[in-house]
Unconditional design. Structure first.
Length: 87
């Protein structure tokens, strides 16, 4: 799951933030984790010029990776299998 740096919905401040339905935001105060925000409009805390409070978004979607795996069995037969990994 990739994290992205996000910003608030008001210019020059990160007090209020709208979190999309498929994400959660981790709130950081001066670089230290404070709490999580659920989807919707949320109050993150008091901020001065957008420098005190920052956000990192975490997606709640399921990613699927399909990989072809080549292997050799004990009787010297090469087998190709498709493996799907969800994270």
């Amino acid at each position: 799951m990739a994290q992205r740096q996000e910003s608030g919905c008001l210019p020059c401040t990160n007090c209020f933030v709208t979190v999309p339905q498929d994400k959660y935001y981790a709130v950081e105060n001066f670089g230290k984790f404070d709490h999580m925000l659920n989807p919707g409009l949320s109050f993150a805390g008091f901020d001065l010029c957008g420098c005190c409070v920052s956000f990192r978004s975490i997606t709640s979607r399921v990613d699927q990776l399909v990989v072809d795996v080549h292997t050799k069995t004990k009787d010297n037969v090469f087998v190709t299998a498709k493996v799907a990994v969800q994270q």
